[in-house]
Design a protein. Structure first.
Length: 328
């Protein structure tokens, strides 16, 4: 195994940074971050860190969030090869230390590795709106060509390996390292999107799901945490209940990285089996585990579905969900 000295490895309760093994148990997230390299960037959107050569490669394109997406793992040793890898939503980076500094990071050929031929579509109009690549015998045309050239071209996406094809009901085109999708429902100028091949290949390769966990979740600390969105889940205690009685609903509020949110305000709207609705602001907030439990009475319900719509509010953010139980 080649010597790895710069990147961060978070796995099974440890951080490996600059040759130093740092146990996470009992260490705060802020303490861990202070021990990492100064060449680093933390992404609160997914709770992962990008450092060193990987960060340089990530920031080498004008719009990395659009092209590569956010990191979905920390850097870790590939199970089959002697190099470090890091997954992003739409890419996977490989670190080859034997190469010169400017060539150390290679973008994995995820387009090639995931390609399955679909129904081919004819290219309408004139080839003057296309650029032809002798290397693979395929053209890139129209909005796909504009997106390709504005966001890095061959060094980022590789050469086209298919023509226009139909996948999942959309016009697509595969490149060695990406798949382009056409979204006509979006505004002009943003109708080309990239498939999340990083996420797809993570599952195809059978990587360990623990690697998707946010760094803050592994350390058990909320320090440096930034809440961008909230998720709400609700579960009734009793799935089938009599016509009169009490029901308890368990409500869980989490952030974008599935970390619990304490102090969220919960607003409950119930629609009984007769179609009558009522609203309640639950008089206590979520606890440190992001959970609130609420019990309420009901009477003389006819058979049918009793619906509960749950709304959560936290620092200007909103989340909602729906759950129900059946009166039998």
């Amino acid at each position: 195994m080649k010597r790895i000295t710069v990147l961060v490895l978070v796995c099974l309760g440890f951080v490996y940074a600059a040759g130093l093994l740092i146990p996470l148990h009992g260490a705060s997230f802020a303490q861990v971050l202070r021990q990492l390299s100064s060449q680093e960037r933390y992404f609160p959107e997914t709770g992962h860190m990008v450092t060193g050569d990987f960060l340089s490669a990530y920031e080498s394109v004008p719009n990395p969030e659009l092209v590569f997406g956010y990191p979905i793992t920390e850097a870790f040793p590939d199970s089959d090869e002697e190099y470090m890898v890091q997954y992003f939503e739409r890419a996977r980076f490989e670190l080859h230390l034997e190469n010169p500094p400017e060539l150390r990071v290679k973008i994995s050929d995820l387009g090639y590795l995931s390609y399955e031929k679909g129904p081919e579509l004819p290219i309408p109009g004139t080839l003057q709106a296309c650029r032809y690549f002798d290397e693979t015998g395929q053209p890139v045309c129209f909005a796909f060509l504009d997106f390709f050239e504005r966001n890095g071209g061959v060094p980022v996406f590789g050469y086209p390996i298919s023509s226009f094809e139909l996948h999942d009901g959309r016009i697509t085109q595969y490149f060695q390292r990406a798949r382009f999708e056409w979204h006509p429902e979006l505004p002009i100028g943003s109708r080309v999107r990239l498939t999340d091949l990083g996420r797809e290949y993570f599952e195809i390769k059978g990587e360990e799901p623990i690697r998707l966990l946010a760094l803050s979740l592994l350390t058990g600390s909320n320090l440096t945490r930034r809440i961008l969105s909230i998720q709400v889940h609700a579960y009734p205690q009793t799935a089938i209940a009599p016509s009169s009685g009490e029901q308890t609903v368990y409500i869980v509020v989490q952030d974008q990285n599935l970390m619990p949110i304490a102090g969220a305000t919960i607003y409950l709207e119930v629609v009984d089996t007769g179609g009558l609705s009522g609203n309640t602001i639950i008089p206590f907030s979520t606890n440190d585990q992001g959970v609130v439990t609420y019990t309420f009475p009901y009477q003389n319900q006819r058979p049918g579905v009793f619906t509960m719509r749950v709304h959560a509010l936290f620092e200007g953010l909103q989340g909602r969900t729906v759950t129900s139980f059946r009166i039998w």
